[in-house]
Design a protein around this ligand. Structure first.
Ligand SMILES: [Mg+2]
Length: 110
């Protein structure tokens, strides 16, 4: 999948947000804070899946988890991060390119 396809999908999901959604709130600070909290929620859900994946959950909780739910949570973290970047007018494509260059330069110094 191309990054453009992912970004277009994020735009589409934002266009589908209902009237009660915080994505429609007129207060941009409120929208950014809400999305930041949502990102923390998704990171927590991913962490929970990782605990399952590494067998650090009680047996009675095991049936709640699967490889599919682990994949879902990785995707949720990425989607939520991109939505937050969009709210903050961050060009995520450029941010990723810039960071890749910095990481490559760091690696070249070794
Ligand atoms: Mg989730």
């Amino acid at each position: 999948m191309e990054l453009k396809q992912l970004l277009d999908f994020i735009d589409w999901t934002l266009s589908q947000a209902g009237q009660g959604s915080f994505y429609r709130d007129q207060d941009m600070t409120k929208r950014i804070f809400a999305q930041s909290i949502k990102l923390n929620e998704e990171v927590w859900e991913l962490s929970s899946e990782i605990l399952w994946n590494q067998w650090f959950v009680r047996k009675e909780k095991l049936k709640r988890y699967s490889q599919e739910t682990l994949m879902d949570e990785f995707a949720d973290v990425i989607f939520t991060t991109i939505r937050l970047a969009k709210l903050m007018n961050i060009d995520i494509s450029q941010a990723l390119k810039n960071k890749m260059i910095k990481i490559q330069k760091r690696s070249d110094l070794k």
